[in-house]
Design a protein around this ligand. Structure first.
Ligand code: FPP
Ligand code: MG
Length: 298
């Protein structure tokens, strides 16, 4: 997508405006991701100077949140590359995150008021979502509602804000697009949580089946815990380094109880709900974005 190059150039321009060599050097070390949020904005608002700026702002906020998240999660890799905290240290990752985050907000303050409100409000939710995520790893969480609330805030809020703010820029029905973004975002995080179990570390660009070791009880584990007879065994593996027998046992149980299959179905269901929200808009790209996201390899 040609337009994504424009977004990357805009990000670079914004960082150049910060007048700091170190920040530019660090920017070059960041691996670019799928740019899902930018794709959404551009498909909804079209390619204009404003929409490219909005994309750059959102990608910088997202990158900042990941720079902080990698410190919180003590992650060595990000998107298949060494993380900034692994290459340098935690301080560098946090400080560079702060540079990206504050420059993004400086630029956001120059945008349409409603867009600025929408995006900045999502960042508060994002931060609360991260806190909830960390708090939920203290004990084996068995509440589905807590899980959904957390992934809505941690992941879907910024995706919702991307779709909504793009609709505001393009004078479209913002509530419909917000609902599309919210459902897409929740489904997106569910898919991520499923891929942690179904994919190998090479494809993931980080160790596989790490969530449970880190204390994250994601949807397949929630459903498994509900359905499995030997709950004690599952609970005994929580937050432990898993041997290959133990990982295989968990996967087998997820298959036989259909916990995995039903998790995939729930993500798909949310994807369909997302599409339903914008059905009347007749924007085929929104269906494509959703199905590309859901049908990432399980
Ligand atoms: C990745 O989740 C983390 C997020 C989507 C949000 C992180 C948010 C913050 C650190 C707070 C906001 C901070 C700023 C500067 C805006 P994950 O750990 O489940 O996924 P991963 O496997 O990709 O790390
Ligand atoms: Mg993380």
């Amino acid at each position: 997508m040609e337009e994504l190059v424009k977004v990357k150039e805009q990000i670079k321009k914004f960082v150049i405006e910060c007048n700091d060599e170190k920040s530019l050097e660090l920017l070059d070390l960041l691996a670019t991701g799928k740019m899902l949020r930018s794709k959404l904005v551009l498909k909804i608002a079209g390619v204009t100077e404003e929409s490219i700026k909005l994309c750059a702002i959102i990608e910088m906020i997202h990158a900042a949140s990941l720079l902080h998240d990698d410190v919180i999660d003590e992650a060595d890799t990000r998107r298949g590359k060494p993380s900034i905290n692994a290459l340098f240290d935690n301080k560098t990752s946090i400080m560079f995150g702060d540079v990206l985050y504050s420059k993004a907000f400086t630029e956001l303050s120059q945008m349409d008021r409603e867009v600025a409100y929408c995006v900045s409000n999502a960042v508060t939710l994002l931060s609360i979502g991260e806190m909830l995520d960390v708090n939920l790893t203290e004990n084996f969480n068995t509440s589905y509602d807590k899980y959904i609330d957390m992934i809505y805030k941690k992941t879907a809020s910024l995706i919702e804000a991307s779709a909504k703010s793009a609709a505001i820029l393009a004078n479209l029905d913002k509530e419909k697009y917000a609902l599309y973004g919210k459902n897409l975002g929740i489904a997106f995080q569910m898919v991520d949580d499923i891929l942690d179990i179904t994919q190998d570390s090479q494809t993931l660009g980080k160790p596989a089946m790490l969530d449970f070791v880190e204390g994250k009880v994601t949807i397949p584990y929630l459903l498994l815990h509900e359905r499995i007879e030997d709950k004690q065994k599952l609970e005994s593996l929580y937050k432990k380094e898993l041997s290959s027998e133990e990982s295989s046992w968990i996967k087998e149980q997820m298959i036989s109880t259909k916990a995995l299959e039903d998790s995939i179905n729930q993500a798909k269901e949310l994807g369909l709900e997302a599409i339903e929200a914008v059905k009347a808009e007749k924007n085929e790209s929104l269906v494509q974005i959703m199905s590309a996201m859901i049908n990432r390899e399980f």
